[in-house]
Design a binder for this molecule. Structure first.
Ligand SMILES: [Zn+2]
Length: 115
């Protein structure tokens, strides 16, 4: 034990003081589905405050004001193809594809005639 205490100044430096305790904090409110409300201090410099925090009752509490944001983030993004398939039937798509392929293959009228 004496070995591990070498270099420390017991009685002079208190190890109970958190060096960051005086840093500016913002209080964030969390609300769990069981209507438990609790507040947690986060550093004002924190890059990202979590949207959820585990409540003492075991439920996942949502940060106050984060509900809509979380819902948007979790929504899977639709691709252009997904949206196209939603709007058109397969028959429509086949017809459009045929039309498009024909327009691409059609010789360009303004080009010079081969000489
Ligand atoms: Zn709770």
């Amino acid at each position: 034990m004496a070995e591990s205490m070498r270099g420390s100044r017991l009685g002079y430096t208190s190890y109970e003081i958190d060096p960051g305790v005086n840093a500016p904090r913002k209080i964030t409110t969390f609300i769990c589905p069981n209507e438990h409300v609790f507040e947690l201090p986060f550093s004002i410099d924190a890059d990202e405050i979590p949207d959820t925090w585990l409540c003492d009752c075991g439920e996942s509490a949502l940060r106050k004001g984060a509900g809509k944001v979380t819902k948007k983030v979790l929504k899977p993004a639709k691709s252009h193809y997904d949206m196209l398939v939603e709007r058109r039937s397969k028959k429509d798509l086949e017809s459009l594809l045929k039309e498009r392929v024909e327009s691409i293959r059609k010789p360009v009228s303004r080009s010079k005639k081969a000489s």
